[in-house]
Design a protein around this ligand. Sequence first.
Ligand code: MLT
Length: 272
Amino acid sequence: MNITETNDTTIINNLTVSYSDEGPVEAPVVIFIHGFPLNKSMWDLQLEELKDEYRVIAYDIRGHGDSDAGYEDFSMDLFGNDLISFMDTLKITKAVVCGLSMGGYIALNAIGNYPERFEALILSDTQYIADTPDVRENRLTAIENIKKNGLDDYAHESLKNLFAPLSLLSKETEIASVREMIVNTSKQSIYNSLHALAIRKETSGILPGIKIPVLILVGNEDKITPPEMAELMHKKINGSELHIIEDAGHLSNMENPFEFNYQIRKFISSVY
Ligand code: MLT
């Protein structure tokens, strides 16, 4: 069996994209899309879990991790098109795609435009609604606060919302690694992504048309995209499965990897 274990870069749309690519080359492909303002390393435990059986790929969205930002304004359309160009470059015609939060917004954008590229979809701690005026306002305030107080302060505030209260007391390593991801993202990319998040459109219209297997996961204590949002998505996607991940906030894959990995392996093995 030909096994790949790469931390590599590729060029898509004149942009260097950094990605990890592990598991048997010929195996079914699972692609992971991270949340904001994080990077592909948030999926390390999922790649580790699945690489015995699947070709597992996690990439850095433009402007995050080690990928270039490029010169275009960020938007979910741009990020969604990047995903498809990335698949084209790697010659992947179809994959199971798993997106967490902003990664989920990107997956939903891409499936609306390119449904034929998806074998199945995992939507984790995400939602289909656009920003409410309050949330949009908060994003603008966040930009002003970063300009005034810097990224350390922004990371400190963000961590309180990303993790469940119990995780904040017990998940020191995960918190340190998420903090690193945030402070190592360029300020300009954070501003651009906040803007892209604020202007994104709601994707409810495409949900009833999704005809592939869909698994929806959400941390029971997710404050950013709460379980009620997952329930609404579940109702709109025919035949979708929903599982609430216990003892987890918004980063359910990092806060309860045992349960998260169990659910995704069970789901993916039912697809392939
Ligand atoms: C994320 O985790 O990607 C963001 O929290 C998404 C959002 O703020 O809507």
